[in-house]
Design a protein around this ligand. Structure first.
Ligand SMILES: Cc1cc2nc3c(=O)[nH]c(=O)nc-3n(C[C@H](O)[C@H](O)[C@H](O)COP(=O)(O)OP(=O)(O)OC[C@H]3O[C@@H](n4cnc5c(N)ncnc54)[C@H](O)[C@@H]3O)c2cc1C
Length: 464
């Protein structure tokens, strides 16, 4: 079929206004927040319902045209970057909250609901989805599920996958399925829901999500600067040995702290710091938080000589969290960087951190480390020095990334904790994942997407 006739067919499904064919019009849709390349899809389509997406998928399946899927576009691994053998479906018009069930404690939302809007609707009822992802104003709930994103609260609640009860999915042939039921327990056959969570749009298009929700709690926060990274990692071990059950345990290294303080036009008051830690407790009663904070204060005192800052209400907490939450923006503002999302057991944090410092420094690479240190999940942003020749940058970054990923896997870790494989990490994914596991995953892909039409550039190096 001629491309123009194919586009006419798309227009007959969603209407002319919602099919963008001029590259100037769809420029903002074809890039995510990785500072890399842009997609060049045939066109951008903005459907408003599952039924429209199903018709689009049927049409694409019939004419063997690929589909790239975009929700909020805040992803950092190049997941929906496609060539002109694909169309790009933007889910921005699927933005309705369908039900908040306060008794069975779930929310049903369309995949394009912005994460913050979902949280605001829940907060109004004293409830929440227990993930405070830093990109809440950019990302959509369907994108969070597709990647199984994490957040500072993952220490207590795990990542998004733990709260997904059920999904409505459009399969590549246009069929629509629900993967489960809106129930807390389910031992009925294979767990199809979890198969789609974290599949990064390679198995189906998630159109509705059913998430478990919990009551909002009161939070208290400590921000502590440290003089040495050794003391930071010793403190983390002591924290768990003492049995603390915090909701967040977060970290910025010295470079990251300097970057974000400069970005926010603030000064770090201590003379020399090697990093900062945030610990958040949550509980139904403020008094319970205070008891935990006092015990924690005593423990931290023996690891840092510096003053700690304490937040005891939402306003104070937000002020302290700002430095941690704005680091993504500060890094993007600084310039092009390569992003790593390493995850190891928390007890191996000091080992991987030393490797990161050693490898980056020995290759003359400017870097910051931002960590969900309580989960052993470290984001390393390695910045492109404009004075370094292209050849040298390419050689150094390749050596740096492969060395650090090798070390991560050697320590029993994985190459992504929450950002996913996307198109940027697929070579490493295949290199560092057991051959049998890759074979099984490719087999699963073939069951759902035998023509290899969905997010064709994603996860695997070649068509499975
Ligand atoms: C400033 C900033 C802060 C961030 N903070 C965090 C953080 O705290 N924690 C974290 O984990 N990540 C974080 N990220 C990364 C990013 O926000 C997350 O990966 C987020 O979950 C992506 O959601 P999205 O809606 O933007 O997805 P997109 O970027 O649109 O898509 C991401 C991937 O999912 C696929 N996809 C999206 N929607 C669907 C769907 N409905 N069905 C099938 N496939 C789909 C896409 O094809 C793509 O492969 C941050 C990014 C930025 C820029």
């Amino acid at each position: 079929m001629e491309a123009s006739t194919f586009v006419e067919n798309l227009i007959s499904i969603v209407g002319e206004y919602y099919v963008l064919t001029n590259t100037n019009d769809f420029y903002t849709y074809v890039t995510d927040h990785s500072t890399g390349t842009k997609g060049t899809p045939l066109c951008v389509v903005r459907p408003s319902s599952t039924a429209e997406i199903s018709m689009i998928a049927k049409l694409c399946n019939e004419h063997t045209v690929g589909i790239a899927i975009r929700a909020g576009g805040s992803g950092v691994s190049g997941g929906f970057l496609s060539g002109n053998d694909s169309i790009l479906i933007s889910l921005d018009r699927l933005d309705r909250i369908i039900e908040i069930n306060e008794i069975d404690r779930y929310i049903i939302a369309e995949a394009g609901v912005v994460t913050q809007n979902l949280q605001d609707a829940l907060h109004n009822k004293g409830l929440c989805f227990p993930q405070n992802i830093s990109s809440a104003k950019l990302s959509c709930i369907g994108g969070n599920v597709a990647v199984s994103s994490g957040s500072p609260k993952s220490l207590k609640y795990g990542s998004t996958k733990k709260y997904v009860l059920n999904l409505e999915v459009v399969l590549p042939n246009g069929e629509v399925i629900w993967t489960g039921k809106n129930i807390k327990k389910n031992a009925t056959g294979y767990n199809l829901t979890q198969l789609f969570v974290g599949s990064e749009g390679t198995l189906g298009i998630i159109t509705k999500v059913v998430l478990e929700i919990v009551p909002l709690k009161k939070e208290a926060l400590i921000l502590a600067p440290f003089k040495s990274s050794e003391e930071i990692f010793s403190f983390v071990k002591a924290f768990f040995m003492h049995g603390f059950d915090a909701s967040s345990l977060e970290f910025l290294d010295k470079n990251a702290a300097e970057l974000v303080f400069n970005y926010l036009n603030k000064k770090i008051t201590e003379e020399s710091i090697e990093g900062m830690i945030w610990v958040e407790f949550e509980s139904s009663h403020e008094q319970d938080n205070m008891v935990k904070m006092e015990a924690l204060y005593e423990l931290i005192k023996s690891y840092t000589p510096y003053e700690m800052l304490i937040g005891q209400n939402p306003k104070e907490n937000e002020k302290l969290w700002r430095y941690r939450k704005k680091i993504g923006e500060a890094a993007i503002n600084k310039g092009f960087f390569h992003d790593l999302d390493l995850v190891v057991q928390r007890s191996k944090g000091a080992e991987i951190y030393k490797k990161i410092e050693y490898v980056c420094n020995s290759l003359d690479l400017e870097f910051i480390v931002v960590g969900h240190i309580g989960d052993g999940n470290f984001h390393v942003n390695i910045f492109r020095d404009p004075n370094m020749s292209d050849n040298r940058w390419q050689a150094n970054i390749k050596l740096c990334v492969s060395t650090l990923l090798k070390e991560t896997v050697k320590l029993g870790g994985e190459i992504s904790g929450e950002h996913g494989i996307g198109s940027y990490n697929k070579t490493y994914f295949e290199e560092f994942t057991a051959e049998q596991n890759i074979k099984i995953m490719k087999g699963i892909k073939k069951v759902f997407d035998p023509k290899h039409l969905l997010n064709t550039n994603n996860i695997f190096i070649k068509k499975p």
